[in-house]
Design a protein around this ligand. Structure first.
Ligand code: SF4
Length: 237
């Protein structure tokens, strides 16, 4: 059973490993090129992700839930859509940097639709990207693509919001006497297990609640909660 659980937890990694092995066997040149590309991106992620985690934690601490709900929540309508486009367009960095940020925004009340808009505009209509596009392909090309892409994002974000429910995001929650750990959101950074090893442990690549009782040191717990980069831990007395 344990082996099956391990396989389930690491399905993605196993599929990638098998794909690499097959590539090396069938076309070694392609295998070497893929490996070099992967190493490049892993190095990039190692450099960027800690900064993103810190930024996400700071934004989480600085911006009140009410504000996110008001400006990016379900009732924010056109204001929320516009703000989401602006946030996505002015952002910097690779798209995977947006995911922990979106987890945090969703927890504070941002709607599925606005998250889709932020992610999509971050990926395809960022300002630096548009400037380069205009330089190489011309302003007319850039402008037409921008207009069509914005229309597509508005339509697809609406469709996505009809299909994806709030409960679908981060649905794997573990709850013990008021302490909640969202395993779906957990990025496996192990910070909570280092900050409060008596309560948190790692299972596969995700944190879990080892044990928890009323005698908890509230100060340490609250520091651990604040340190979680994706706000996966919550405590209600
Ligand atoms: S729950 Fe723990 S391991 Fe998971 S992201 Fe938060 S601090 Fe890191």
């Amino acid at each position: 059973m344990k082996i099956l659980e391990k396989v389930k937890d690491n399905t993605f990694l196993i599929v990638i490993t098998v794909a690499y092995i097959l590539m090396f066997l069938i076309k070694p040149d392609l295998g070497v090129a893929s490996m070099e590309n992967s190493v490049y991106y892993i190095k990039e992620m190692i450099l960027i992700m800690p900064v993103i985690f810190i930024l996400t934690a700071l934004l989480d601490a600085w911006i009140a839930k009410e504000k996110i709900t008001k400006y990016l929540g379900k009732e924010s309508k056109v204001k929320g859509i516009t703000l989401s486009f602006v946030l996505g367009c002015i952002s910097a960095g690779p798209i995977y940097a947006a995911f922990p940020m979106c987890v945090m925004l969703h927890k504070k009340g941002a709607s599925v639709r606005n998250l889709v808009i932020i992610l999509s505009s971050w990926a395809v209509i960022k300002v630096p990207m548009l400037l380069n596009e205009a330089k190489f392909l011309g302003i007319k090309f850039m402008a037409i693509r921008w207009v069509l892409t914005v229309i597509a994002i508005v339509v697809f974000s609406w469709i996505a919001s009809k299909i994806i429910k709030d409960e679908d995001i981060g649905k794997k929650e573990e709850k013990t006497s008021g302490l909640t750990l969202n395993r779906e959101s957990c990025m496996g950074c192990t910070l909570c297990t280092k900050n409060y090893p008596e309560i948190f442990g790692m299972q596969g690549k995700k944190a879990y609640i080892k044990s928890f009782d009323a005698e908890v040191d509230k100060e340490s717990l609250s520091q651990t909660i604040l340190a979680c980069p994706v706000r996966a831990i919550h405590y209600n007395e």
